[in-house]
Ligand binder design. Sequence first.
Ligand SMILES: *Cc1c(COP(=O)(O)O)cnc(C)c1O
Length: 405
Amino acid sequence: MENYLKEFPNKEGYFGEYGGAFLPPELEPQFEEITKAYEKISGDASYINELRYIRKHFQGRPTPVSHARNLSKRIGSGANIYLKREDLNHSGAHKLNHCMAEALLAKHMGKKKLIAETGAGQHGVALATAAAYFELECEIHMGEVDIEKEHPNVVRMQLLGAKLVPVGFGGRTLKEAVDSAFASYLEQADEALFAIGSVVGPHPFPRMVRDFQQVVGIEAREQFTEMTGNLPDHAVACVGGGSNAMGLFSGFIQDKSVKLHGVEPMGKGPELGHHAATMTFGKPGMLHGFKCRVLEDAEGNPAPVHSIASGLDYPGVGPEHSYLHDIGKVHYGSATDDETLQAFWALSRYEGIIPALESSHAVAYAMKLAKECPGETILVNLSGRGDKDLDYVADNFGTGDDLKI
Ligand SMILES: *Cc1c(COP(=O)(O)O)cnc(C)c1O
């Protein structure tokens, strides 16, 4: 792996056996057009400079690295936890890194519209933000069940000017929203760009979204080294589809001394349907037009999944993570709902940072790692802030009276 990021994926979008593009024939030319446009633009100085300008003057980059001094002291092993503060991105999470870049790509391709699906609404909000900035139309497909559950994000998308398409068939959640968004894209592909929300989907999205998120790892490596004089011993990130994790990992993937850890949701426990731990329990399969590790039920269908963090409950995972798992380059561990709540409360109370429940998985895992690795340094990607989770946690679990650390 002399130059991993250049070598992977290959031209057809494969990371080992994973990835690729399995599309209905009508969509093949569209995805080829996207691949060509991205290849051209990613080497184009005006595109890169425009993206840099946006990141600095609109998004609030670079985001800082913070030392979680109080939490580290309380754990008491002499290990130190650091946080890459993606929660300080405009709109509150790392998702804007790839949404702004996808919108800019759409603009350069002469498209007028962005189309996407959303589950909990996080991707929808980030994309609607990008669409408003670039004066693009935005069409977001969302299951009726999710629309009812995620009221604040629905209002945000509407305020930002997105057109919400309620999806009322099947289970009326994320899977149907993907189907509906794809069908709509098929009809308007000439003037619209489909904007995928993580390092998943058919080629070129896993590669493109990783490249767009790479800024996280590049910044973090430089900031951490400047702060401590060394590279971290460990880099930790939660994995839903895997975009924030690939962002952080890509900054350290050539560094043999840095151990990389992806953290999956173990939910309520290892029983099928109680978690979304794709790496731990999944096997190679196919989902939404690409090959990856998939959690399946006894009949071989995508399994029902659960996590306290709605941004992590996906029965598949990015093809690159599937590959990095198989070659042993990244270790995939997990955190349960209960461990995640402890981390959510602990970071709030001891550090003054209220994290997203997704990111709290990474913090929970880092707290376990700190106990096992006295004296070592752990850099966590704090992928987002917890404002969206406040009411849910407070109403169902309280505001931290059960904190045990
Ligand atoms: C969506 C989301 C995630 C999960 O997505 P990845 O692609 O796995 O990064 C994690 N954290 C936050 C805050 C999110 O909004």
